[in-house]
Design a protein around this ligand. Structure first.
Ligand code: ADP
Ligand code: MG
Length: 619
């Protein structure tokens, strides 16, 4: 399920907020309920911030509580020492969170995967030590206590803060929704699914990753401000590693990329410690969980037989374990971390989309956008000088091994150059050099007179070079349409949807526009990559084995498509093993072997070349 398209998400969120705003005062709840709901509201803001990083950009942070804490302490410090009004605390807390996140994003950009998680952990520890040890600034372990607050002369109580939090929550969720539905949100998801394609489409992985962290910092800072003002006291332990883990767990538990998920996750974080604190509540929770899972198990047994029940064995054992804990253990708080850990394991293994993913999946009706007239392919701007592409004596060495040695060739606008050769000859390496993913050890590449040496991968697309990948690099969790729109990142406007639909029609994928890209067949994904590459308005298109895995009608369609692209004045470098495709379409062919140019010439010359026959074509 694509949660971005989860149709009830925003409706549920609005309903919950409206209920919280209007119905609650009528119920005359206790101060405890108001406090709990206030906490849920501010945690939901912090979680929405974390969602930019985890849900959208796909990174795992175990230091989010530090951003929350920095916002809280900045606002608290300002209140105590600077004596400035409450309103000024907003820019300060948001700014502190954002600034800290921006600073930590630099080391984060240098690492990936487990090392990135470790970096966020280190950041969290540093902030925790700062908060707990710099006693003169933060009050250290004895904490920070604020005076009662006033705004415009009115002294503020729990209800005032409750409404302040609700208003901030509504604004935060609305802002987040605006961002994730914009091209920026699409960029976050693109970099999550394929950093390399994100860079090659000119979107830029690094900048957007940084932006996701900065947004998470600003949201965390805002939540921190609301925390300090509504609670009145701060202790460093509130912002330690355990809280960061709780945030992460809540994000998983509620569900990624969803406002409802944030509310659910926040409710879980706030309420669950109280559940653990009361035997009655925890027993109810354990028995309730067991009852629900048993019901699901029974249903599956009826529908799918013993196999259906078998898949439920572990969750059922987990629920039984909870019941055993609930009745067998005196002080549950001592088992707190183990229980959290077990819940995380369960959620990760069995609820990939969180609680929100349990709601009935339903593919919403999409407004169908009419494609613009024509193919959607734009005519290439004419080259200032021919040849458009000139590769001069390029050597690309990895350690002592030369994947390319002194390779030279050139490509004219509106022509196809076939680049062929046995596996490992250096063809894909050539493409990586042409998209500045690799910087040649020696030699130079000129694109319309511009040396690529000074150009980064992200600028390649704006220059007019676009590509597809031998190892498919579609943005899997984006829709097919969004994949093409991602290619228009820098030129996006009101007409982009119509043009994207035209491009999808041209590659034969109009009917799949709203499917997730990962659900397409490999062949369809190859065509999607071509449409996405065309969306950037290239003057040079690099196709790395576009026919791999294609058969029959698809091959014919591909040949026709490449011809049509050439007809728009676009130069094409075509790497391909299907010799009929290469020989039919190529105006020129360059043959690589062991990183060296073995031969150049027309299709006919290459077919007759003895050296090429020996090395590659065979008899
Ligand atoms: P192909 O012609 O099949 O596309 P490649 O260009 O992918 O060949 O690879 C050419 C050679 O360069 C291979 O031996 C490959 O292992 C090596 N190679 C490619 N990229 C790297 C890299 N980043 N580091 C080390 N070796 C590489
Ligand atoms: Mg290759």
């Amino acid at each position: 399920m694509n949660l971005k398209n989860f149709p009830y998400d925003i409706s549920i969120t609005i309903a919950v907020l409206a209920l919280a705003a209007v119905a609650l005062p009528l119920l005359h709840p206790s101060g405890y309920v108001v406090t709990v709901l206030s906490l849920i509201g501010m945690y939901a803001i912090a979680l929405k911030g974390l969602d930019f990083v985890t849900g959208y950009a796909g990174e795992v942070s175990v230091g989010h509580a530090a951003l929350f804490g920095l916002g809280a302490y900045a606002a608290g410090w300002m209140n105590l020492h600077a004596g400035l009004p409450l309103a000024l605390a907003f820019p300060l807390a948001l700014g502190t969170g954002a600034l800290a996140a921006w600073l930590i994003s630099f080391p984060l950009l240098r690492v990936n995967g487990p090392f990135l998680v470790l970096t966020t952990f280190a950041f969290g520890r540093i902030v925790y030590v700062f908060l707990s040890q710099t006693t003169e600034v933060t009050g250290g372990q004895s904490g920070m206590q604020l005076e009662p607050q006033t705004l415009f002369g009115v002294s503020l109580g729990a209800w005032h803060f409750y409404y302040l939090i609700l208003a901030c929550l509504a604004l935060a969720l609305w802002t987040a929704q605006r961002i994730v539905q914009s091209r920026t949100g699409r960029a976050f998801e693109a970099l999550r699914d394929s950093p390399i394609a994100t860079d090659c489409m000119g979107i830029g992985t690094a900048g957007h990753k940084q932006l996701a962290f900065v947004l998470s910092g600003a949201f965390g800072g805002l939540a921190g401000l609301l925390y300090v003002y509504s609670q009145g006291v701060l202790f460093p332990d509130t912002f330690g590693f355990e809280t960061s883990l709780m945030f992460l767990m809540a994000a998983l538990f509620g569900g990624k990329k969803s406002s409802t998920g944030c509310l659910l996750g926040a409710a879980f974080v706030v309420v669950f410690p109280d559940v653990l604190g009361s035997h009655f509540a925890f027993r109810s929770f354990a028995i309730g969980t067991l009852a629900v899972l048993a019901a699901v198990g029974a249903l599956r047994l009826r529908r799918r037989g013993p196999a259906g029940l078998k898949a439920m064995a572990v969750p059922l054992a987990f629920a039984l374990g909870l019941v055993a804990l609930a009745y067998g253990v005196e002080d549950l708080n001592e088992y707190r971390l183990a229980i959290y850990g077990a819940i995380v394991l369960m959620v990760v293994s069995y609820l990939g989309n969180g609680i929100i993913g349990l709601l009935p999946a339903y593919v919403p009706g999409h407004k169908s956008v009419a494609p613009e007239a024509g193919s959607g392919i734009r005519r290439a701007a004419p080259a200032k000088q021919e040849p458009l592409l000139e590769v001069r004596d390029v050597t690309m060495a990895f350690g002592g091994f030369q994947a390319m040695s002194e390779v030279s060739f050139s490509v004219q606008s509106g022509t196809v150059m076939g680049l062929i050769g046995p596996n490992g000859a250096g063809k894909s390496t050539t493409m990586n050099v042409l998209t500045a993913l690799y910087h040649p050890t020696a030699g130079s590449v000129l694109f319309d007179g511009v040396p690529l040496a000074d150009v980064g991968t992200t600028r390649i697309a704006t220059l007019g070079i676009s590509r597809t990948f031998q190892n498919l690099q579609v943005f899997g969790d984006l829709s097919v349409l969004d994949n093409v729109l991602a290619g228009m990142h820098h030129t996006i406007d009101a007409g982009s949807n119509a043009r994207a639909m035209a491009l999808l029609g041209t590659v034969g994928l109009a009917g799949q526009a709203h499917a997730l890209a990962k659900n397409l067949s490999y062949g369809q994904q190859r065509f999607l990559e071509i449409a996405r590459a065309l969306a950037t308005n290239p003057r040079l298109l690099l196709l790395d084995e576009p026919a791999a895995g294609l058969r029959g009608a698809d091959l014919a369609a591909l040949k026709q498509l490449i011809g049509e692209i050439r007809g728009h004045g676009i130069a094409i470098v075509l790497i391909e093993h299907h010799m009929d495709v290469v020989m039919e379409l190529s105006d020129h062919i360059t043959v690589l072997n062991f990183g060296q140019v073995l031969a150049r010439g027309s299709a006919q010359q290459i077919q007759c070349n003895r050296a090429v026959q020996d090395a590659y074509l065979g008899a």
